[in-house]
Design a binder for this molecule. Structure first.
Ligand code: FES
Length: 59
């Protein structure tokens, strides 16, 4: 599923980015390009980041 339509970035790409060490929406944008056009996806990216932090916190 696409997270960022403008840059055609998928959810799994965002997850891969987080696993590679990205800790903020800005780092994800710099790596994948997601969020650099209309920025509609930034909230979605933040939600994915938050969810992955929670998973790490409970692991
Ligand atoms: S949907 Fe990501 S920049 Fe537009």
């Amino acid at each position: 599923m696409y997270v960022c339509i403008c840059q055609a970035v998928t959810e799994s790409e965002v997850h891969a980015c987080i696993q590679a060490g990205a800790k903020s929406a800005r780092q994800i944008r710099d790596t994948t390009g997601a969020g650099k056009d209309c920025a509609t996806c930034v909230r979605k990216i933040c939600a994915i980041l938050k969810r992955s932090e929670e998973l790490v916190a409970t692991a």
